[in-house]
Design a protein around this ligand. Structure first.
Ligand code: SDX
Length: 430
């Protein structure tokens, strides 16, 4: 927990010195509690919250300079190597790795919540067939609130628990349904004899006429993709979930808000944007031209999947994703995939270019994930839906952490730079 004893910072402004408490966490930078500044007549100013800690949290720690990512203290590399997605969901929600019986019970619980209410199917029918699946996911996830009146008391830990299980269990089902709807194919029910990632791929690619035999390598890669996306501290979509939750909104509405925030190309939409960027570059001979565009301040083009607000080193998830990419393409006999080759060449050029080195721009989690998903046969517009599915346990664990303790409604202030007070001018006098 935070060490809130003793240390203080002095802020001197307009000849007045204000003492502000300083707190230390388990690891990472100390924080300066500026809560009392309003009573001293000041606000802090930090557009984009670059230097702002919005909360205490016990869930995930990132050291951007060292490229470290810990979930409840466990390094992402070890979790990717030895754990699996549902075990990580349990860890994020409960704070400890499950023992054998706890794990078996959790997996069984999730399995028995994978179906959605049959009437939810009608929500899909209202969308055009060419609707972006993220638009569908925003809609149907929020609509889940309408189906679970029995568990919307956010102050009841049992309601929060069953809601966490329902969301983790149903997101793959809703994701696969949004894909099948776009194809005009019938929805495929989940199966309780399949593991989580295998079940998702089954719902995505099986039809009533043909079963879908999932390759264990592909299923493991899909499970690892979910695992690598599970949580990431106070990123934009998680902060959105917390902000929505701070008003007392129900958890389904909060997760729908998180899905909407994730959709942007600067955040979870980057994996889709990486593949669109590689398609735009088209050929390795154009890479230098596009790297030049990325460095041009007047050109909006950016190398998608590169750069990060926190990581000023290689995103540890990107390293695992790159290794997974090779495993999948090798399994599919597509090791010399031209898109992968172009991505690797783009990465090499960027990592050696002074602009990217000076700005500490490295590949992030989104750079390789899209190449794997495309190789598996998942269409580009589904990539952010996969990200949202993977991120659900993180969103719900962070929401639960806030709601289960003391919290205040999120309400930032501003620096007002508009007109000073002025009187209304009647129309005839303008
Ligand atoms: C995710 O927060 C999280 O944890 C997010 C995430 C998670 O798991 O939740 O990790 C998932 O969102 C990963 C990021 C995916 N987005 C992209 O790959 C889009 C491309 N990246 C950029 O848009 C950017 O790097 C951000 C949005 C990710 C970070 O933006 P910041 O922290 O606000 O940094 P910035 O945009 O101010 O960039 C700093 C400088 C700028 O140049 P200067 O104004 O200082 O001269 O670096 C440049 C930028 O122009 N820059 C890039 C670049 N990213 C930043 N230049 C070229 N290509 C890029 N990709």
């Amino acid at each position: 927990m935070a060490d809130k004893g003793g240390k203080a910072a002095q802020l001197t402004v307009d000849g007045k010195t204000i003492e502000l408490p300083v707190y230390s966490g388990t690891v990472g930078p100390d924080v300066i509690d500026v809560g009392k500044l309003t009573s001293e007549g000041y606000f802090t100013y930090d557009p984009g919250f670059v230097s702002t800690a919005s909360c205490d949290s016990l869930i995930t720690y990132i050291d951007g300079d060292e490229g470290v990512l810990l979930h409840r203290g466990y390094p992402i590399e070890q979790l990717a190597e030895h754990s699996d997605y549902l075990e990580l969901c349990y860890l994020l929600l409960n704070g400890e790795l499950p023992v054998k019986d706890e794990k078996a019970k959790f997996v069984d619980t999730i399995k028995h919540h994978t179906m959605v209410h049959e009437q939810l199917v009608h929500f899909f029918r209202g969308f055009r067939r060419d609707a972006h699946p993220m638009a569908i996911m925003c809609g149907v996830t929020g609509a889940l609130s309408a189906f679970y009146h029995d568990s919307l008391d956010i102050n009841n830990p049992d309601h929060r628990r069953i809601t966490a299980h329902r969301l983790i269990a149903k997101m793959p089902t809703l994701a696969a349904m949004s894909y099948k709807y776009a194809l005009g194919q019938p929805f495929i029910f989940p199966r309780n004899d399949l593991e989580y990632a295998e079940n998702f791929l089954h719902m995505m690619f099986a039809t009533p006429c043909d079963d879908y035999k999932v390759s264990p390598v592909i299923a493991k890669a899909m499970d690892r993709i979910f695992l690598l996306h599970a949580d990431h501290e106070q990123n934009a979509s998680t902060s959105t979930v917390r902000m929505a939750g701070s008003t007392g909104a129900n958890p389904f509405a909060c997760i729908a808000a998180g899905i909407a925030a994730l959709w942007g190309p600067a955040h979870g939409g980057a994996n889709e944007a990486v593949l669109n960027m590689l398609a735009e570059i088209g050929d390795e001979k154009n890479i230098d031209k596009y790297v030049k565009k990325a460095k041009d301040k007047d050109d909006p083009f950016r190398i998608m999947g590169f750069g990060h607000r926190v990581y000023k080193n290689y995103d540890p998830r990107a390293k695992v994703m790159q290794q997974t990419c090779h495993e999948v393409l090798n399994e599919l006999g597509a090791e010399d995939d031209p898109i992968l080759r172009m991505a690797q060449r783009l990465e090499k050029i960027a990592l050696e270019d002074d602009y990217f080195v000076e700005k500490k721009l490295y590949p992030n989690v989104d750079f390789y994930s899209g190449i794997i998903l495309k190789a598996i046969g998942i269409p580009t517009e589904m990539f952010t839906v996969i990200f949202a599915t993977g991120r659900t346990p993180g969103w719900i664990a962070q929401w639960n952490e806030m709601i289960s303790g003391p919290y205040k409604i999120g309400r930032p202030r501003q620096l007002y730079v508009g007109e000073a007070r002025r009187d209304y001018v009647p129309l005839k006098a303008r």
